[in-house]
Design a protein around this ligand. Structure first.
Ligand code: PLP
Length: 400
């Protein structure tokens, strides 16, 4: 292992990338890789998109940062645009997904206190992922993420994902609940898609109890599934919506959007961020949303995503050990019947960037600019790796 002054927070792969173009990246030795992960759903427009590069360069030359002590025109424009595409009213800008969820959790607590509830609690889901700050790791449904950081932040009640009945039961017994926080497609949890019926049911339960429906679309939102947001397929609106990752195609930004009473919960002094929504990040986000619209990238995500699932099913559907190929648009998981973390390194050697989540789910979150020929390149690289991995004696042994 090389000496480093970095904290040991990541089990990093032994590769450093120096340049990217579209859905391809190159390492220090000049080797090319197909990037099917896009920085975990971040590089929405792929690498080095000319319109994003131009916008960022021009904005950097004009004004990178001021402070939220002043009006920020780009931030106001981005809030308008996000409100128009999401149906939400107001935006609070921050720098990451966990911060967006922190804002949501604080809004829920204010909402509860406003209703005279002293110990407000939020319903959260098993296998959810909401971030790694103390509040968001407490909301996260993974012991691995929480272990060692106790005491956890209180005020979360956990139920199984995609199970409306258990939310209804909590509603009957717990008078402290003020909100439900859920990912419409769980990303880290293994690309688990909930039913549209479930989202509609949650909307009803929240309405009848005065709870806030808070959707975390940090990973699944912003065009990846073929619509701006996953909840739009269910024909509902949340009260609170959190976004980050792909919003500015790689420039750090997060946002907590809110509607109705929730939109007015924060008053001056309740919340803030030094960097949140600075001119550079907002200009990059505005350019990202504009390119998604102008280049019809949502349609592309839906079409290329279906093609990718069809091709993966054709190549791997009958392979013993492949449990399910699932997802929506360009958010795709292949569940195997055994842990498969080793595939990440094998794919890297073969020139392909993927990731494995929930131990046994191969995850792909490519840029929305992916084309048909790249689907074929991906499948023809990945399928033999998966087949060989499943046939290898050590994988059989690991399973036994
Ligand atoms: N919420 C979801 C659904 C996520 O997938 C993630 C990150 O993977 C987060 C929140 C946390 O985002 P960040 O790492 O930007 O804090």
């Amino acid at each position: 292992m090389t000496m480093t002054h970095l904290m040991n927070t990541y089990a990093r792969l032994p590769v450093a990338f120096v340049r990217g173009q579209g859905i391809w990246v190159w390492d220090e030795s000049g080797k090319r890789y197909l990037d099917a992960l896009a920085g975990i759903a971040v590089n929405t427009l792929g690498h080095a998109h000319p319109r994003l590069v131009k916008t960022v360069a021009e904005q950097a030359a004009r004004l990178i940062h001021v402070s939220n002590l002043y009006r920020i025109t780009e931030q106001e424009q981005l809030a308008d645009k996000l409100a128009a595409i999401s149906g939400m009213d107001n935006a609070f800008f921050c720098n990451s997904g966990c911060e967006a969820n922190e804002a949501a959790i604080k809004i829920a607590r204010l909402h509860g206190h406003g209703r005279g509830i002293d110990s407000p609690a939020i319903v959260v889901m098993e296998s959810a992922f909401h971030g790694r700050t103390l509040a968001t790791l407490s909301a996260t449904g993974s012991r691995k993420v929480q272990a060692g950081f106790e005491p956890l932040v209180s005020g979360f009640v956990r139920v199984p994902f995609n199970d409306l009945e258990s939310v209804r039961q909590v509603a009957e017994h717990n008078r402290n609940i003020v909100a439900v926080l859920v990912e419409p497609i769980q990303g880290e949890g293994g690309i688990r898609v909930c039913d549209a019926e479930y989202l509609r049911g949650l909307r009803e339960v929240c309405d009848s109890h005065g709870w806030l429906l808070m959707l975390d679309e940090v990973q699944c939102g912003l065009g990846r599934t073929g619509a701006w947001f996953v909840y739009q397929n269910a024909g509902i609106l949340p009260d609170v919506l959190t976004l980050a990752k792909g919003l500015a195609s790689g420039i750090p930004i997060g946002v907590c959007l809110a509607r109705g009473a929730a939109a007015g919960a924060f008053k001056p002094g309740n919340h803030g961020s030094t960097f949140g929504g600075n001119p550079l990040a907002c200009a990059a986000a505005l350019a990202t949303l504009e390119v998604i619209e102008q280049d019809r990238l949502m349609e592309n995500a839906a079409r290329i995503g279906s093609l990718l699932r069809v091709e993966l099913a054709r190549a791997l559907g009958d392979t013993k050990g492949v449990v399910e190929i699932r997802g929506h648009g360009l958010m795709i998981g292949i569940e195997l019947d055994r842990p498969c973390g080793d595939l990440v390194k094998l794919a890297l050697e073969a020139g392909l960037l993927i990731n494995v989540t929930a131990d046994n789910v191969i995850r792909m979150l490519p840029a929305l600019v992916m084309g048909e020929s790249e689907v074929h390149a991906l499948v023809s690289t990945l399928a033999p790796l998966v087949r060989d991995f499943l046939a290898a004696p050590q994988a059989q042994a690991a399973r036994a």
